[in-house]
Design a binder for this molecule. Structure first.
Ligand code: ZN
Length: 87
């Protein structure tokens, strides 16, 4: 059963494919197919997350798993998925 402490949206880039980044607040250590962040590793605070996001966008928003990138991918739309606490 899903609890509200589960997180299936990447804090850095807003990507989700339904896999949990955090399960009941525990990191699952999955690696985001989009920005490459691994849950449970730094950045773990908001300012670090913003920095990582800034670095990632500054590097040209490379997908860590190129095959996962949808053809009609919309970065700005995805960024709007970022949980409010992590924007
Ligand atoms: Zn991500």
């Amino acid at each position: 059963m899903r609890s509200i402490e589960d997180e299936e949206v990447c804090r850095v880039c807003g990507y989700t494919d339904g896999d949990l980044f955090f399960e009941d607040t525990w990191p699952t250590h999955i690696i985001c197919s989009c920005c490459g962040w691994e849950s449970g590793t730094p950045p773990l605070d908001v300012s670090g997350t913003r920095q990582y996001r800034g670095y990632w966008t500054g590097q040209g928003v490379e997908w860590s798993s190129r095959g996962a990138r949808p053809k009609d991918w919309d970065l700005l739309k995805q960024l709007r998925n970022i949980p409010e606490d992590w924007r």
